[in-house]
Design a protein around this ligand. Structure first.
Ligand SMILES: *Cc1c(COP(=O)(O)O)cnc(C)c1O
Length: 395
């Protein structure tokens, strides 16, 4: 009997993961995503979600989801180009365009899908894509799907970007520069004004994936483009509805002509069912709340500043983050994972991030501060982090 269906080739790979100590099981959350969660049966302070504004479990957002289900049902029934385009999908795009202060928005099923669909639709053979070295995996995959040539510039290194432009610009029709707006592992912001200046000098298009910037930076969370006052100068602004907005989905904001094209060639939009009514209803509610009040972003930033100041004072290395993303850089991979595990035992969940997600020797805990943490949660988390940090000689 052949054992081919036992997938031995995968068993071997899993063995390898176990041998190198990177095999893991998924933690299980038995309730909503909130400041306190019950993870693997233990109540912990949650310092690891992307739910920046605390909207994932907000009462008004939940009610909007329920109302949308009552009116439109559980599923949309088709892709948008057939009958899966409900009036609420159209309404959401209008609301998002207003939020982002752009002509038009095209919504996808996730931020990942948006990058997978948009990059290949707006580039072709004879074009060049230049991408920051630390761009998100979904950009890397999106770029792979394009028939354009590819180049990578050193992280936020404008000299390196200009070197590539000098060398290659003249050989290509269109050149697209792609960057994350906020880099998720270090919390640094892209040098967008400089990138836009180079793009103008060398006549390039610009593409900013603002998954960690939208809902966080700019007026009421309008994002990195708004933060730098660069409206009209970035051609493609990507955002996610899965992080600060608290639900699921992704979008690109830009020109109406871009949207017209994506409605014909954005493959996830043509070949994958549209977002369900519950998600759309909830997202519209979240975005409207965000536009009408700065209370969510104010609380987020207030919490983030408080938390960072205390950790820095205790002597932790918290890197050079410019956003609420707060890394605690430990270095050694084993020690990073031990730190994370011990904190969990003491009631704080913050995931350890090690090679290959970040460079070797820069293992870290990545603390995600949100608007629905109370000062008491943060104080308790800080005192536990201090205790364990001392025990493990990290401070
Ligand atoms: C999280 C993230 C995405 C993926 O967004 P989803 O909506 O979760 O699919 C894309 N790009 C960047 C930069 C991200 O951080």
């Amino acid at each position: 009997m052949s054992s081919v269906h036992e997938l031995k080739f995968l068993k071997d790979k899993i063995q390898e993961l176990k041998a190198t100590g990177v095999y893991r099981k998924l933690p299980v959350n038995t309730g909503p995503c909130d400041a306190l969660i019950e993870l693997n049966g233990k109540e912990v302070i949650n310092l690891s979600s992307n739910n920046y504004l605390g909207l994932a479990n907000n009462e008004l957002v939940k009610q909007a989801a329920i109302a949308a289900v009552n009116k439109y049902g559980a599923g949309s029934g088709a892709v948008r180009t057939i009958v899966g385009n409900m009036d609420i999908h159209e309404e959401l795009e209008v609301v998002l365009a207003e939020f982002k202060r752009e002509e038009a928005v095209c919504v996808f099923q996730s931020g990942f899908m948006c990058n997978a669909g948009v990059i290949q639709a707006i580039t072709e053979k004879g074009d060049l894509i230049i991408s920051d070295q630390l761009n998100h995996a979904s950009i890397i995959d999106g770029v792979r799907l394009s028939r354009a040539d590819k180049a990578v510039f050193k992280h936020s290194d404008m000299e390196d970007l200009e070197r590539i432009l000098k060398e290659k610009r003249s050989q290509y029709e269109n050149v697209l520069i792609i960057t994350d707006g906020v880099f998720s592992m270090d919390g640094d912001i892209a040098k967008l004004p400089e990138i836009v200046e180079l793009a103008e000098k060398y006549q390039c298009l610009t593409y900013v994936d603002d998954a960690h910037g939208s809902g966080v930076l700019g007026e009421n969370g309008r994002g990195t483009v708004d933060h730098f006052g660069l409206h009209g100068k970035v051609d493609f602004s990507i955002g996610t509805l899965s992080k600060a907005i608290g639900v699921v989905g992704g979008y690109v904001a830009g020109r109406q002509i871009m949207k017209d094209w994506l409605l014909h060639r954005g493959r996830p939009l043509l070949f994958s069912t549209s977002l369900p009514p519950a998600a759309i209803g909830a997202i519209i509610q979240s975005v409207k709340m965000l536009m009408s009040s700065s209370e969510y972003t104010d609380k987020l930033w207030d919490n983030a500043r408080y938390f960072k100041e205390k950790l820095a004072k205790l002597g932790f290395n918290i890197g050079h983050s410019e956003t609420p993303i707060t890394p605690i850089i430990v270095g050694d991979e084993g020690k990073t994972m031990e730190f994370s595990k011990t904190l969990f035992d003491e009631g704080v969940f913050v995931s350890g991030i090690v090679f290959p997600t970040v460079p070797k020797g820069t293992g870290r805990l990545r603390c995600m501060i949100t608007a629905n943490h109370e000062k008491a949660h943060l104080d308790k988390a800080i005192s536990i982090i201090e205790k364990i940090g001392k025990r493990l000689s990290i401070i």
